[in-house]
Design a protein around this ligand. Structure first.
Ligand code: GTP
Ligand code: MG
Length: 323
């Protein structure tokens, strides 16, 4: 079968109706999901021989044109890549223009530092037309997925933030897919499911607020650190694949506690280490300042200039102090 004829998983060589059903049930209902799977996991999930799994994956990759690219192609892709505005020019500048697609952006900081407010704002802003800092095109509105682990999502905030840009609040809310994750397994199952949902809808932003809370609650203490980090790494890997395969932005939050007992080094430490670790992405530390002011700093991002940005949290969302 030639490349062009493979449009869905049933077009793949060796995938009959029965195998197709097994694949769909196991969360591999799209070519993209199969293309980024390993033969081992696909074989186990769908109960097919390893060699069949290898053949299916290869065909899916060819159909999707997953191949070597030249550095020049990469450069052009990056230069034309659009970014999502945060609502604050200061913060956008710090981030080199805004929140990027294809990578994970982590916001970490203590309670009240603005992580959840930024998530709400981005779920609105992604829907703006490209010339206004969103990812919508004239014929396709960009949508968001909001995975809430702490129950702190407020539609009222979305409403106010949408009004700020003159958008229809109900329409904006209709384009945000909200789900409450009840535990870490559920949280990971949701991301698996996104490999099916994302290609059907034009989802350009996936938020996980917070990415760590369930993991911390379920794996408390030092003795559980290793299994917790292992599972969290799997979750981050899932999210990184999602971002890459569908050219979307993934934004995660991570609460860190102020540690006044630490006298040397950084007094705010991510509990159990920094989540993103060496995974690709941008890490942004948030600190509280006076009143509604917040300070953002980008950590370990060699491609971004060092520095800090001051923004404010207002009734209408994330803005600049000078607005
Ligand atoms: P945790 O989830 O507890 O770790 O905190 P967080 O970093 O997610 O903090 P969040 O984004 O929830 O920020 C909370 C702050 O946002 C509050 O302290 C308020 O100052 C501000 N805020 C929240 N809602 C509103 C609002 O409707 N109007 C205004 N002006 N500020 C708000
Ligand atoms: Mg929060």
């Amino acid at each position: 079968m030639s490349k062009k004829e493979i449009r869905s998983i049933t077009d793949l060589p060796g995938v009959g109706p029965a195998t197709a059903n097994k694949l769909i049930e196991a969360g591999y209902g799209t070519l993209e999901a199969i293309a980024v799977a390993t033969p081992q996991e696909l074989s186990a999930a769908a109960g097919i021989p390893l060699t069949t799994a290898q053949r299916i994956i290869k065909a899916a990759r060819e159909a999707l044109d997953i191949r070597f690219k030249t550095a020049l192609e990469i450069k052009k892709e990056r230069l034309t890549a659009r970014k999502i505005t945060t609502g604050s020019r200061n913060l956008d500048d710090l981030l080199g223009g805004g929140i990027e697609t294809r990578i994970i952006t982590e916001f970490f900081g203590e309670f009240g530092s603005g992580k959840t407010q930024i998530c709400h704002q981005l779920a609105v802003n992604v829907q703006l037309p490209q010339e206004k800092g969103g990812l919508s095109t004239s014929d396709n509105v960009a949508k968001a997925v909001y995975i809430d682990t702490e129950g702190t999502f407020r539609w009222e905030r979305i409403e106010n933030m949408a009004k700020r840009w003159g958008l229809d609040p109900d329409q904006v809310m209709a384009n945000i897919y909200y789900i409450r994750a009840i535990n870490s397994d559920h949280q990971m199952a949701i991301v698996d499911e996104l490999f099916n949902l994302v290609p059907k809808e034009n989802i350009k932003l996936v938020i996980v607020d917070s990415v760590t809370s369930h993991f911390r609650a379920e794996y408390p203490g030092r003795e559980n650190l290793a299994p917790r980090q292992q599972k969290l790494n799997r979750h981050l890997h899932q999210l990184a694949r999602l971002a890459e395969v569908y050219d979307l932005a993934v934004v995660i939050t991570n609460q860190v506690m102020a540690r006044p007992d630490v006298f040397y080094g950084d007094p705010t430490q991510a509990v159990g280490g920094h989540v993103l670790g060496h995974a690709p992405g941008v890490r942004v530390q948030l600190r509280k300042s006076r009143g509604n002011k917040r300070i953002a700093r980008v950590i370990d991002a060699p491609h971004l200039p060092e520095g800090e940005a001051v923004f404010v949290i207002t009734d209408y969302g994330i803005a600049d102090p000078e607005d």
